[in-house]
Ligand binder design. Structure first.
Ligand SMILES: Cc1ncc(COP(=O)(O)O)c(C=O)c1O
Length: 430
């Protein structure tokens, strides 16, 4: 798998995981209290994990435990609670550093979400390094989070913004890559996995070319880090952004990984407490990494509860999660292909796609479809999925998206398929 760990590496780094054991999604489901909720008389079928994932009991309990036992501000106090809160907050940073391939803890910056992580790079590294005549390269399949910051940066600096196109199947068209990543390119920023098409991009190859041109590479890992092994060092990305809430963790916490040599030369984005080493009335100097980028009181509760989320994922094993989602995505694609009124977008090859499956019904609007499915207890997403240019490129103004995770089962897909058929009857197309 491109950009991922080999199976041998996974086994070595995650000795307690259960490679080869049967993946029991039905059992994992019971770890998520919300998944036994009844919605309009039916047990919830949650197929919207690309938007946000549900949380296992260990994460919910950690939030409760944090406020019951450990609540204090970090890095400031000398009392027991402050020491415990700080230790836990920093322990999660260490866990994250290990989770993405064993990087330095100084290279892990806490943010609010993936969006903030990408904005930090655009507004710090971007303004320090990009000027008129330079080139910024992104792709046609970016989420607005990895699109709008670059539109603004190019508008404000006069740098050109150039897109790697996609082909009709939903892959990046790399035919002209050498021309697109021209010698004046300063940054290539691309998604690892599309939240609309599910496409997994060959980031290694693109990063290698970016580096050859002297450019840096940012990978939007919001959809890949939760669903497959991601080794940022093997990939050699300069920056990687992702969100805790898309990988079983709490909302309000994201991660920016950046190579130390780049982060150390970057200006902070926000100024205030925590991020300084010394302040006088006429002078301020910055704290060392990673604190230089973490002004003010952070989301301590979320960092506290993200640790058990990462442990939960590691225990199952990211390779196993990826394998389960590949199998289930294949099942969903086969079933959807059997419905002549449904058109699915994105690649068919499971080796190059994840479990975000976008489709349209030839007659029923995606919003009507999602609303109807909700009456059956099935949660899907409908709209442009924060990728308006891509949706337009697909020739539609919205799609319905079913997106999978480790707790989804064949039965969930069967219920979706039944729901799609019932919608045809309800809206009187059959
Ligand atoms: C590919 C991709 N990038 C970035 C984001 C932004 O994530 P967040 O809203 O957590 O910042 C998302 C969210 O859906 C996404 O799917």
């Amino acid at each position: 798998m491109k950009g991922g760990k080999s199976m041998a590496e996974v086994v070595q780094r995650e000795p307690e995981n259960r490679i080869g054991m049967e993946f029991n999604a039905e059992k994992y489901k019971t770890d998520f209290p919300i998944l036994s909720r009844m919605i309009r008389g039916t047990k919830l079928v949650y197929l919207d994990s690309a938007a946000t994932t549900q949380k296992p009991r260990v994460v919910i309990d950690a939030v409760d435990q944090y406020y019951r036992l450990h609540n204090a501000n970090v890095h400031r106090g000398l009392h027991t609670l402050a020491e415990e809160a700080t230790a836990a907050y920093e322990a999660t940073r260490d866990k994250i550093a290990g989770f993405i391939g064993g990087v330095k803890r100084e290279e892990i910056i806490y943010t609010r979400n993936a969006t903030e992580a990408i904005n930090m790079v655009a507004s710090s590294w971007g303004y320090q390094n990009i000027k008129k005549g330079d080139r910024i390269v992104i792709t046609q399949m970016e989420h607005h989070a990895n699109l709008v910051p670059w539109i603004v940066l190019s508008r404000k600096t006069g740098a050109e913004l150039v897109y790697i196109p996609i082909d009709p199947e939903g892959y990046l068209d790399l035919a002209d890559l050498k021309d697109i990543i021209a010698p004046n390119t300063k940054i290539v920023a691309l998604t690892h996995m599309s939240n609309v098409l599910g496409t997994i991009n060959p980031v290694d190859e693109i990063i290698a070319l970016a580096h050859k041109r002297g450019a840096v590479a940012l990978v939007d890992g919001a959809q890949s880090v939760p669903h497959m092994p991601v080794d940022v060092r093997a990939m050699d990305a300069d920056f990687l952004a992702f969100s805790a809430h898309k990988m079983l963790g709490p909302t309000g916490l994201g991660v920016l990984y950046g190579k130390e040599e780049l982060l150390s030369r970057m200006e902070p984005v926000q100024y205030g407490g925590e991020m300084i080493s010394e302040v006088r009335y006429d002078y301020a100097a910055w704290n060392e990494l990673p604190h230089k980028f973490e002004a003010g009181t952070p989301n301590i509760e979320a960092a506290f509860a993200f640790l058990p989320a990462l442990e939960y994922l590691e225990k199952i094993g990211m390779e196993n999660i990826r394998r389960h989602e590949m199998e289930l995505t294949g099942y969903a694609l086969d079933k959807l292909a059997g419905l002549e009124f449904i058109k699915v977008f994105g690649p068919k090859d499971l080796n190059h796609r994840g479990g975000a499956v976008s489709f349209i019904d030839k007659n029923i609007h995606p919003h009507d479809m999602a609303t109807f499915l909700d009456t059956l207890g099935i949660a899907v997403r409908a709209g442009h999925h924060c990728a308006q240019p891509l949706t337009r490129l697909l020739g539609v103004n919205s799609t319905t998206r079913a997106s999978l995770y480790l707790y989804n089962t064949h039965n969930d897909i069967d219920q979706l398929i039944t729901g799609l058929k019932e919608a045809r009857r309800y809206f009187r197309y059959e």
